[in-house]
Design a protein around this ligand. Structure first.
Ligand code: ACM
Length: 645
């Protein structure tokens, strides 16, 4: 105890004498930005033999082991001790609760000879470790041992805790399957940025990804499709006998392993079983779950068109991908599925989907119509409402809380339902006002499947969400009691994401922005300062070999039409301080080309505008080829060929 007091005195003296500046301090680039940073002069240097001292409880020991593992890159010996009288790094669980820190907060103090992390709970120690790692040189993220580096961290005193308790990322492993190892990789990446919930979208039209022992065909049949590439959604339908070898699933042992892996990193996994829509994989496995004749011919979707979205949501289904709400067998099925899911995932919530359920087959179906009449349900929204309420009872009966997408509001919300608001903030706001728990994941700020820049360079999706827009995500609407807004998450849908490298590209850096919206006090957010830190984390990801999108460096392209029917092109950048160089002659511009200063008029026969951004003498953006012809066609500006007399 005396030693602890002595150390605290040293900290106090040190910080009162050497505090120099408030952030931003060029040596420090933490994402998400902590609550309070007080930098000091000097550095802590990792000694040639490091002792990490920690309490003996299992979770603190796990945090110490995590840190030790990360320090392997230094090639220097690191030991963990519960008793050492001298240690370079000390993880301290506080005997007396520090109420400012709550369950996930920490205090990190770095002085020349010592690093101390204090927290009420092991989760706080873990987040303190994440911050400490971000203070070390970027090479700490390398996969190979790095020798001949001074492993230093700037002296600083940090107090930190999250703004929201729900800080999630959703990974859609149904549209394209991602292996257990890839999911672990995703977890490893997200915990660096203090996310604590991984929402796994486990079932959809394209695949059922979790072994359910009472329904083995869900994975024997439901996990497999025909591999296709291109623009998902419009693929040629596979031939009936085409081999179905593409996909995969997690066994229950795999799930247990993932849950354990996540828990060791203070992440809860939220399982989602998406019903009653998005259920083609289940129906292909057990056609009796559908009430549409001919469903026994249905196959797991391989990306062919199955919905008509031209009338908006809900879509018109071209085949019936819904579970039958009028069939008792469906509720038996769901009871058994939820039972198994509830046993596998310790997290208190189960997400049961509920989104985008087409109603056109139900409207035509005699059994559903009779069911609606018998239960006094006025329309098909109320039929879904009935379904959701029964489902909520099933989920609750397994000791879990029921969560669904905001469509579950439409037929009347079940009493204990939690709402994940994706179609903007409206559904979540409404639910919170009705005193329901809410997680905000609005498309406008949090959809990680959207393009991050112009379609001239990004893989085409129907919508765009730039980094700067994601950074504006504010999960708490002004009119709502904060008590009901648990937090938010970014959602990575994977229709157009075929592999892990691209999953990373779509997630980062937008998930940096989302992490900061969920963790950092609102008043401490600042776009320019954020982006300066993002750039330093790009360098860390280069070390870690994690892919990220450099799209924020690329120009934003906008057009208009002059009174003379010429195409006018406006360029700008999300990031300040960049110059844009361009060409209309199809050659590759560099800094010796014209610099963009004002709106451009495309010369008469130009077909392509090429452009690239620079910071000073250094190219930072990618070479973009923008089709003038395509845009002119879109705006109906192309001259009609003269008719021959
Ligand atoms: C959703 O994006 N359909 C929840």
């Amino acid at each position: 105890m005396l030693i602890v007091k002595h150390i605290l005195t040293v900290f106090f003296l040190y910080f009162s004498l050497t505090v120099t500046a408030q952030t931003p301090d060029g040596r420090i680039a933490i994402i998400p930005e902590p609550v309070s940073i007080i930098p000091a002069e000097g550095y802590f240097t990792l000694p040639s033999q490091t002792v990490i001292k920690t309490d003996a409880n299992a979770e603190s020991m796990e945090v110490a082991a995590y840190l030790k593992n990360k320090l392997k890159v230094t090639g220097q010996p690191v030991t963990i001790s519960n008793t050492a009288s001298h240690s370079a790094i000390q993880l301290v669980l506080l005997d007396k609760e520090d109420t400012e820190l709550n369950k996930e907060g920490y205090r990190l103090q770095v002085i020349p000879g010592k690093v101390t992390i204090q927290a009420n709970k092991p989760a706080g120690l873990f987040y303190g470790v994440q911050t400490l790692l971000q203070l070390f040189p970027k090479e700490i993220e390398s996969k190979d041992e790095i020798l001949n580096i001074k492993w230093q961290a700037p002296c600083v005193s940090i107090t930190d805790y999250p703004r929201f308790e729900w800080r999630g990322l959703m990974f859609d492993v149904a549209r394209h399957f991602f292996t257990k190892e890839e999911v672990k990789q995703y977890i490893d990446q997200m915990v660096r940025y203090k996310f604590n919930i991984l929402h796994l979208h486990l079932t959809d039209d394209e695949g059922w990804r979790i072994e359910i022992k009472s329904y083995p065909k869900l994975t024997q049949v439901g996990a497999w499709s025909v591999k296709k590439v291109g623009y998902f959604g419009n693929f040629t339908p596979p031939a009936p006998d085409e081999p179905r070898t593409y996909g995969g699933y997690y066994t229950q042992e795999d799930i247990k392993e993932l849950v354990r892996y996540a828990k060791e990193r203070f992440v809860n996994i939220l399982p989602e079983i998406d019903v009653p829509g998005h259920s083609l994989a289940a129906i292909a496995s057990y056609p009796e779950l559908s009430c549409t004749p001919g469903a026994d011919q249905y196959k797991v979707r391989s990306g062919e068109k199955i919905m008509d979205w031209s009338h908006g949501a809900p879509p018109i289904a071209l085949l019936d991908n819904t579970l039958c709400p009028a069939n008792e067998k469906v509720y038996e099925f769901l009871d058994k599925v939820v039972s198994e899911v509830a046993r596998l995932f310790p997290f208190e919530y189960i997400h049961m989907g509920g989104d985008e359920c087409p109603k056109n087959f139900w409207e035509q179906n005699d059994a559903v119509k009779a069911f609606a009449a018998a239960n006094n349900l006025k329309n098909m929204e109320e039929v879904q409402g009935y379904f959701e309420k029964r489902l909520e009872k099933i989920v609750t009966s397994k000791g879990k809380k029921f969560m669904g997408w905001d469509e579950i509001l439409e037929g009347g919300l079940a009493p204990g339902a939690a709402v994940m608001s994706w179609r903007g903030m409206k559904g979540g706001t409404e639910a919170a006002k009705m005193k329901h728990e809410v997680v905000m994941t609005p498309t406008t700020f949090a959809y990680l499947d959207y393009m991050q820049g112009d379609p001239a360079i990004e893989p085409r999706i129907y919508a765009t969400l730039r980094l700067s827009k994601a950074y504006q995500f504010e999960p708490l609407p002004d009119s709502v009691d904060a008590l009901y807004i648990k937090g938010g998450q970014g959602n990575l849908w994977t229709e157009q994401v075929y592999n892990m490298r691209h999953a990373e590209y779509m997630t980062w850096p937008r998930a940096f922005a989302i992490s900061e919206s969920l963790w950092t006090p609102r008043g401490r957010k600042n776009w320019d300062y954020f982006f300066s830190r993002v750039e330093k984390h790009f360098a860390r990801f280069d070390e870690a070999e994690v892919k990220y999108a450099p799209s924020a460096y690329d120009p934003i392209i906008a057009t208009s039409v002059t009174p003379g029917k010429q195409l006018q092109i406006y360029l700008s950048t999300e990031v300040s301080g960049l110059d844009i160089y361009y060409s209309f002659d199809n050659s590759f511009p560099d800094k010796f080309y014209p610099k963009y200063t004002a709106a451009l008029i495309a010369p008469e026969d130009a077909v392509m505008l090429k452009m690239i951004t620079y910071r000073g003498n250094k190219p930072v953006g990618r070479m973009i080829s923008y089709s003038i012809k395509e845009q002119q066609e879109k705006l109906a500006l192309l001259k009609q060929p003269k008719k021959t007399p």
